[in-house]
Design a protein around this ligand. Structure first.
Ligand code: PRT
Length: 106
């Protein structure tokens, strides 16, 4: 699967800002505001945890996908991009005491 799947979803989500809530679930979420988007992230997180604990892998994939979608909507609403997240991940790799490349090779 292409690595840019999340980038494509992020770009699509951004195009839905200001779109017609009647034709787009994402536009409806933006229109309902940050509080509602954050609430949805919380709900999807709980559903993801339940699916993991019941060891239902199919449900877990579905709920985790819902969670990631709603998190991307929340991040977009807060003007935080996937590139911002990538930069933070790279920063943490840099400060980690473990040499990740060496660890992967062993
Ligand atoms: N990836 C998703 C995606 N994942 C989950 N969902 C929606 O998230 C909702 C989660 O279901 P819930 O039962 O929790 O919510 P609900 O009862 O429908 O709504 P609420 O009243 O609780 O807010 C469902 O309506 C799903 O369709 C998504 N909706 C859209 N996308 C993608 O977002 C892009 C833009 O889609 P539109 O906004 O539809 O144009 C497209 O690429 C879509 O594939």
């Amino acid at each position: 699967m292409a690595d840019d799947t999340l980038d494509t979803l992020e770009a699509t989500i951004r195009t839905r800002r200001g779109a017609d809530p009647a034709t787009s679930y994402t536009a409806k979420l933006f229109a309902r505001g940050r509080g509602k988007i954050a609430q949805k992230v919380g709900e999807e997180a709980v559903e993801t945890v339940i699916a993991a604990l019941t060891e239902d892998k199919t449900a877990l994939i579905g709920e985790a996908t819902d969670l990631i979608f709603h998190l991307l909507v929340l991040l977009a609403d807060c003007d935080v991009s996937l590139d911002d997240i990538r930069a933070e991940i790279r920063h943490r790799e840099g400060v980690s005491g473990i040499d990740e490349k060496a660890a992967r090779k062993s």
